[in-house]
Design a binder for this molecule. Structure first.
Ligand code: FES
Ligand code: FE
Length: 376
């Protein structure tokens, strides 16, 4: 069926190849993940100077660390000498410098080349020019965001996505996310294209079918309309629900800044290209996706609570279990969908029903970024 012959209720999705073609994935890496602000770490993962994480951003490995002055720094994880990968671990801590394991070129936490065998005999070698290649980096909401673009887009674009969704510039500040503590982190290895995960997150047509616990807590999700996408709209907890937990039992202390209006409500925000934020009165669930192949995406998910909740060892298991189940239900659906993307039936794609029509704007955005179709 071609898009021109679709009934009015339906809009075409992207074609199957968009989810299976490694060439298209490579273009997305170059034109989306390597050009936009990309969330790479929780700031507290880099609590001390010398703590580091390595993260793949598009086709590059990026080394993120904290310098002695406590600023966060990011570098291409590639030695200036002959290109060896400097850190092969996904996280760790160095005392004061990164040493390349090949010929021992050594870089301090600000990226400067500070030592190398026979370096003193090469006085013409600039310590900064032959230092690590810096990548633009910012901290916001307690997370570290990096951008590989030579001329990064304004970070305000990231902030605007959150503010526009909530309809109020201060609303996100009420949750004081930078001050919250990670109570739980779960990493999901999802055998599905990253766009299937974004599309799934954007609609609630599936909620009644696959999320029995979530629709119990948020009854309006059962009608299939993604009410959460109305600007400033938080989905209300059901009448008998005491907390955002797997069985509706009481949650934890409310985050003090959360307003009366935000209380007993759930807000979901998509921050392109790879972050989802869920806000509830007593915690925040923060997802970031790391697309690793056309058919594989690692999703790292943090449950953030007031520091007293985490330090005091309070029981967070029922609130973690709610969204962990939701995640598994969603990722199972995405994995079930991925093989269909290679089917002859999906050569021209599938269709979006009215409660999913807003996903077409995401598809237009992908086309626009890849230059494959003018924006509509
Ligand atoms: Fe790193 Fe030679 S490649 S020191
Ligand atoms: Fe879902």
């Amino acid at each position: 069926m071609t898009s021109t012959s679709l009934p009015e209720s339906l809009i075409a999705t992207l074609p199957g190849s968009s989810y299976t073609d490694p060439g298209i994935f490579a273009q997305e890496q170059e034109r989306i993940f390597e050009r936009m602000w990309f969330c790479v770490a929780r700031s507290s993962d880099l609590a001390r100077p010398g703590a580091f994480r390595t993260v793949d951003v598009g086709r590059e490995s990026v080394l993120v660390t904290r310098a002695r002055d406590t600023s966060v720094r990011a570098y291409l994880n590639v030695c200036r000498h002959r290109g060896a990968r400097i850190c092969t671990q996904s996280s760790g801590e160095v005392k004061r410098a990164f040493q390349c394991p090949y010929h021992a070129w050594t870089y301090d936490l600000t990226g400067r080349l500070v030592a190398a065998p026979n370096l003193t005999k090469m006085p013409d070698v600039s310590r900064t020019e032959y230092g690590l290649a810096a990548v633009a980096v910012r901290e916001w909401l307690g997370y570290v965001w990096a951008c590989l673009a030579e001329d990064p887009p304004p970070f305000a674009e990231v902030v605007d996505e959150v503010v526009t969704r909530l309809g109020d510039a201060e609303a996100i500040e009420h949750y004081d996310m930078a001050a919250l503590a990670v109570g739980k982190r779960i990493v999901y290895d999802v055998k599905a294209n990253w766009k299937l995960i974004v599309e799934n997150f954007m609609e609630c047509y599936h909620c009644a079918t696959i999320h029995p616990e979530l629709t119990e807590v948020l009854p309006e999700f059962a009608d299939g309309y993604a009410a959460q996408y109305y600007v400033g709209h938080g989905a209300a907890f059901g009448a008998g629900i005491q907390g955002f937990t797997v069985d509706g039992s009481p949650g934890l202390e409310r985050i003090p800044g959360v307003s009366e209006e935000q209380d007993r409500r759930y807000y979901a925000i998509t921050v392109k290209p790879q972050v989802f934020i869920n806000l509830v009165p007593d915690h925040v669930i923060f997802h970031r996706m790391y697309p690793v192949a056309v058919d594989r995406t690692v999703v790292e998910c943090d449950w953030l609570y007031l520091p007293g909740v985490v330090e005091g060892g309070k029981d967070i298991s029922r609130s973690v279990e709610l969204f962990d189940r939701v995640n598994r239900q969603d990722f199972d659906a995405c994995e079930r969908t991925q093989p269909g993307m290679s089917s002859r039936l999906y050569a021209e794609g599938g269709v979006l029903v009215p409660s999913e029509h807003h996903i077409a704007a995401f598809h237009d955005w992908v086309h626009e970024r890849l230059g494959t179709r003018p924006p509509q």
